[in-house]
Design a protein around this ligand. Structure first.
Ligand SMILES: CC(C)(COP(=O)(O)OP(=O)(O)OC[C@H]1O[C@@H](n2cnc3c(N)ncnc32)[C@H](O)[C@@H]1OP(=O)(O)O)[C@@H](O)C(=O)NCCC(=O)NCCS
Length: 147
């Protein structure tokens, strides 16, 4: 299992994964545009050269990051890969705080809670009729002052 930055040649596979996982087109990242935008980074997870998931990170500030999108291919779900992948991102990036939004009805919220995210609030009607849960994760760096 390997986690690395996405290359242009990977984007078609990411599009297939995203199309499968998000019925709502608006939730599918526009990978080709994001790849050209320095404020985004696309990370992939693969095994034996087979890509089975991605995480898109948006850099809001030097240390403030957004988990913009995440998906694991259907047949790889429920095996702990999403957890390992997200934990890797939280531990290896030099972000101090990560934000995300997730639909109240998406089970992904349990993954985020398990990874250490806390609920900040609810955004009413953010996903049409559904509410969004706003979550954040603070990285504690030993030796750094808590603010
Ligand atoms: C959300 C997603 C990335 C999780 O990936 P995954 O590899 O299946 O997750 P894991 O196997 O690592 O699960 C880790 C934890 O998340 C939670 N979780 C994951 N899927 C869950 C489900 N369907 N129901 C309840 N809890 C779930 C559990 O707490 C689980 O820990 P446990 O197995 O010890 O109970 C994956 O289901 C996915 O791609 N979903 C579709 C796209 C999406 O909704 N993305 C997020 C919104 S941007």
């Amino acid at each position: 299992m390997k986690i690395r930055k996405a290359e242009i040649r990977d984007l078609n596979v990411l599009k297939i994964i995203s199309n499968e996982q998000f019925k709502n087109e608006n939730l599918r990242p526009k990978f080709k545009l994001l790849q050209k935008d320095a404020t985004y980074q696309i990370k992939i997870i693969e095994d034996g050269g087979i890509i089975f998931g991605y995480i898109v990170i948006k850099y809001l500030d030097k240390y403030l990051f957004d988990i913009y999108s995440m998906a694991i291919k259907q047949e790889y779900q429920g095996k702990g890969y999403g957890y390992k992948f997200l934990r890797y991102i939280l531990e290896s990036s030099n972000g101090h705080k990560f934000n995300l939004e997730v639909s109240e009805e998406n089970n992904a919220k349990y993954l985020y809670l398990k990874c250490g995210f806390k609920i900040d609030g609810i955004r009413k009607g953010y996903y049409g009729k559904k509410d969004a849960i706003l979550m954040s994760y603070y990285v504690f760096k030993p030796g750094s002052e808590e603010s």
